[in-house]
Design a protein around this ligand. Structure first.
Ligand SMILES: *Cc1c(COP(=O)(O)O)cnc(C)c1O
Length: 369
C-alpha cells in the first residue's frame, strides 16, 4: 500500500525555481545578505504584517539567538508540550527552563499557572503557539508586564495566521518562525524573528553574521546563522503559492472533521474565534475508556496501513533522556495527559481526500474493536 507520511514538503513548479535562481547563478552572490535575502525579508514583513524581521538559517537559531540577544539570565517559564528546539534554545543559552502547565483545550501555556512559577530569578516567558493555536496573548502580556518579564513567542507553527486581523508575529517582544521543509511555508531550511525594537534587530544581525559590519569593522562576537540565496529564492517561490496551499490544507482538514467530529472519546483541535488558521497539523486526543482504543493502538493500526502519523508531542521535553533526573513531567499534569493521548494525523496540501477517508476508516475501526 502506498506510503503516507505525516507531512509532505510544499514545492513550487521546478521551472519557477529555476527562473528564480537564474540571477543568483549569473551574479555568483550565493549568500551574505544578497538580493534574494532582501526581497524575501521585505515580502515576509508585508505578508506577516510585522514591523521588523530578521531572517535566519533555521527556526531554532532564530529562537536561540533571540534569547541570547536579550542578554537573559536565570529562569525562563515555558511549555514542555513542544518540539525539542524550544527547550534546547533555553538550555543552550545557560538559562533554566521552568515548565508550566498548558490549557487542556488550546494546549498552549495557561497564564493562570504562570504566576505561581515566577521567582526572583525569572527573566522571560517562552510560550508556543502549538499546532497554530494562538496563546492567550493578553493573559501572558498581563503577567509579563506585572513582573517585568520578556516574552518570546515560538511561532513556528503559526506562519501566516492572524488574530482579529493582527499578524501572529506581532505579539510579545519577539516572535520566531521556522521555514523548515516540513512547515506550512518553507525555505528548505530557514527561520525568522519578528520584533519592533530596532536595538534588538541590531543585536540579532550581529549574532547571525559574526558581528561583522564591514571588512574592517567587527562590533560583536556573533555566530553564523544567515539564510543563503537559494533558500531565500525557494521562499520567494513558495510564498506565491502559500495561500493556495493553506486553502487545500483547510479542505483536507475539514474532510477529517467530517469523519471524526462528534465521535465519543475523540477530542479534535478547538477552533479559536477570530483566528485565521494555517491548517498545519491535525492533532487528535484519544480517550481510551470512551473511544475504545488508545493512541498507541491507533498509531500501530495506521503504521500497518503504511500511514505515518506522529506522536507530536510525546515525550514532553521535560521527559527527554537528555534531561534525566532534572525535571518532573508530573508537575505539568495536563501536558502529560495530552502528550500520552495525542496523535497528529497526516495533513498537507496535496493529501488526497480518498486518503483522508481511508485514514479515518482505520482510526474508527480501532474504536470498534
Ligand atoms: C520546527 C520547530 C522549531 C525549529 O525550527 P527549525 O527550523 O527546524 O530549526 C522550533 N519550535 C517548534 C515548535 C517547531 O515546530
Amino acid at each position: 500500500m502506498k506510503q503516507i507520511l505525516v507531512t509532505r514538503s510544499s514545492m513550487p513548479p521546478f521551472e519557477e525555481y529555476m527562473e528564480e535562481i537564474r540571477s543568483v547563478w549569473e551574479s555568483h552572490w550565493l549568500t551574505n545578505m544578497g538580493p534574494k535575502h532582501a526581497e524575501l525579508a521585505e515580502a515576509l514583513r508585508a505578508y506577516l504584517g510585522v514591523e521588523r524581521i530578521e531572517l535566519f538559517t533555521n527556526g531554532h537559531m532564530a529562537i536561540e539567538l533571540t534569547l541570547q540577544a536579550m542578554n537573559l539570565q536565570g529562569e525562563v517559564i515555558t511549555t514542555p508540550f513542544t518540539f525539542a528546539s524550544t527547550t534546547h534554545a533555553i538550555v543552550r543559552n545557560g538559562l533554566e527552563p521552568v515548565f508550566c502547565d498548558i490549557d487542556p483545550v488550546s494546549f498552549t501555556l495557561d497564564p493562570a499557572k504562570i504566576e505561581e512559577r515566577i521567582t526572583e530569578r525569572t527573566c522571560a516567558i517562552l510560550p508556543v503557539h502549538v499546532y497554530g493555536n494562538i496563546c492567550d496573548t493578553d493573559g501572558i502580556e498581563a503577567v509579563a508586564r506585572k513582573h517585568g518579564l520578556k516574552v518570546i513567542y515560538d511561532a513556528c507553527h503559526a506562519f501566516g495566521e492572524t488574530v482579529n486581523g493582527k499578524g501572529a508575529g506581532t505579539f510579545g517582544d519577539a516572535s520566531c518562525f521556522s521555514f523548515h521543509a516540513t512547515k506550512v511555508f518553507n525555505t528548505i531550511e530557514g527561520g525568522a524573528v519578528c520584533f519592533r525594537d530596532t536595538a534588538l534587530g541590531e543585536k540579532l544581525y550581529d549574532l547571525k553574521n559574526f558581528g561583522i559590519h564591514g571588512p574592517e569593522d567587527v562590533r560583536a562576537v556573533g555566530a553564523n546563522a544567515k539564510m543563503n540565496e537559494f533558500c531565500a529564492a525557494m521562499g520567494l517561490c513558495n510564498l506565491r503559492h502559500v495561500e493556495e496551499e493553506i486553502e487545500k490544507r483547510k479542505k483536507a482538514g475539514n474532510r477529517y472533521r467530517s469523519h471524526l467530529e462528534g465521535i465519543p472519546g475523540l477530542q479534535l483541535n478547538a477552533v479559536q474565534p477570530g483566528v485565521k488558521y494555517n491548517y498545519g497539523y491535525f492533532p487528535v486526543i484519544f480517550e481510551r475508556d470512551v473511544f475504545g482504543a488508545d493512541r498507541d493502538e491507533v498509531f500501530t493500526a495506521l503504521a500497518e496501513q503504511n500511514v505515518g502519523a506522529r506522536k507530536y508531542f510525546w515525550p514532553l521535553t521535560s521527559a527527554f533522556s537528555a534531561f534525566a533526573g532534572k525535571y518532573d513531567p508530573a508537575e505539568t499534569p495536563v501536558a502529560q495527559r495530552i502528550s500520552e493521548r495525542v496523535l497528529t494525523l497526516p495533513l498537507y496540501a496535496d493529501l488526497a481526500h480518498e486518503d483522508v477517508d481511508r485514514i479515518c476508516e482505520t482510526v474508527l475501526r480501532c474504536g470498534k474493536r
